[in-house]
Design a protein around this ligand. Structure first.
Ligand code: PRF
Length: 374
């Protein structure tokens, strides 16, 4: 079994239930991918990430190329072995992280040169080098190098940017065909900001090159949920039905529900882990801040129905205490709970699609989530 396969099993409106098969295991879609930026889902052990129900995690070209370097990871047996995660790994290509994290970046036709945010050293990321790094890491699903322009952007600047991303898509694919192993997949990334004609042009340019999956980039960059949904409304219908669609860097629970409703199959976001480290817990009644005085004497768990020790076994009062005392375990327990909550949300969406009741599920979810914690 050395093929990348997407099997679309069921649709309910635009919402899709599917399964991706990779040589390292299957991914149930719609899927949420926990972010393991620097070779770790922060504060978590991989066995616990797996137990929350995650089928696949994400890693970052940008961080790993700088430290400990892709060559070192490859010498040490690849990213899966290095971080002790045996399921599929998706890596982002680096361009987005260069733009948000590095200093003194310079974008040219060739690629992007930048200074490391860690030690100021100079580096160059080209489409070819990004694929080389992703192959050294051993990523099962790889991303083309793209440019994620800022928001807002003029129509003209966005058009130039998306055309560059299409040219980089072609170079990424050529490099991937030379360097990849059977069963690995490369996704193209649709750009075009909030402009309908540009999203169409971007998707068509990528489809002409041909990819086993398509990412939607350039969203969740400050345009707001309403605009993001509007862009998805005209973007997913132009993508091929038989390929997975990945919305990059999204989002909050209501963003995930609205995007699945609009035909998205895969997500990644730092939200559950990052906000967990800062004391925010996700619940069906909306997010709460566990550091709040309201929880100092609350002996109830975050979610007695979740099959996760952090959600079910410890009290809110205990986690509140850990945060107030500055204990490391605070970050671990809340990241763990939030990851379990996100995976349960995905599981419920998958079941709702299977049972042809996604619209009702979404309405019920929104009503309760936005009403807030009692
Ligand atoms: N491109 C890439 N990675 C990304 C994005 C993008 O546009 C986004 C946008 N939300 C997150 N991560 N390569």
């Amino acid at each position: 079994m050395s093929e990348f396969i997407f099997n679309l099993q069921k649709t309910d409106g635009q919402a899709r239930r599917g399964e991706i098969t990779t040589p390292r295991g299957k991914i149930q879609t719609p899927a949420f991918m926990p972010v393991g930026t620097a070779g770790t889902v922060k504060a978590m052990q991989t066995r616990d990430v797996k137990a929350t129900g995650a089928d696949i995690i994400l890693g970052n070209t940008y961080h790993l190329m700088l430290r400990p370097t892709a060559e070192r990871v490859a010498r040490l047996g690849g990213l899966h072995h290095f971080m002790q995660w045996d399921g599929p790994i998706l890596t982002d290509s680096g361009g987005f992280q260069v733009m948000s994290l590095s200093k003194l970046r310079k974008l040219t036709e060739e690629g992007v040169s930048f200074q490391s945010h860690i030690d100021g050293s100079r580096h160059m990321l080209t489409p070819e080098r990004s694929i080389e790094i992703q192959c050294l890491l051993g990523a099962d699903i790889q991303m083309q190098l793209d440019e994620c322009p800022p928001f807002p952007i003029t129509e003209e600047a966005s058009r130039e940017s998306l055309e560059l991303s299409i040219r980089w898509a072609k170079r990424s694919k050529d490099a991937f065909e030379k360097l990849s192993k059977p069963g690995q997949a490369l996704f193209g990334i649709v750009q075009g900001s909030v402009f309908e004609d540009q999203r169409k042009r971007s998707a068509e340019g990528l489809m002409e090159i041909g990819f086993p999956g398509y990412s939607v980039g350039g969203l969740a960059v400050g345009e707001g949920q309403e605009q993001m949904f509007r862009v998805l409304d005209f973007t997913t219908p132009v993508l091929p039905k038989d390929r997975p669609r990945y919305l990059m860097g999204v989002g909050k629970p209501p963003d995930l529900v609205g995007a699945v409703e609009r035909g998205i199959d895969m997500f990644d976001c730092v939200m559950p882990t990052r906000s967990g480290r800062h004391g925010q817990a996700f619940t069906w009644d909306g997010p709460i801040n566990i550091k709040n005085a309201a929880y100092v004497d609350d002996g109830t768990p975050l979610d007695a129905d979740l099959d996760c020790p952090a959600s079910r076994d410890y009290s809110k009062a205990y986690i509140n205490h850990l945060f107030r005392a500055g204990e490391y375990l605070a970050a671990t327990l809340l990241s763990w709970h939030n990851l379990a909550f996100y995976q349960e949300l995905m599981a419920r969406m998958r079941t709702a699609i299977e049972e042809d009741r996604f619209a009702a599920f979404a309405a019920e979810f929104r009503a309760r989530y936005s009403a807030g914690a009692a």
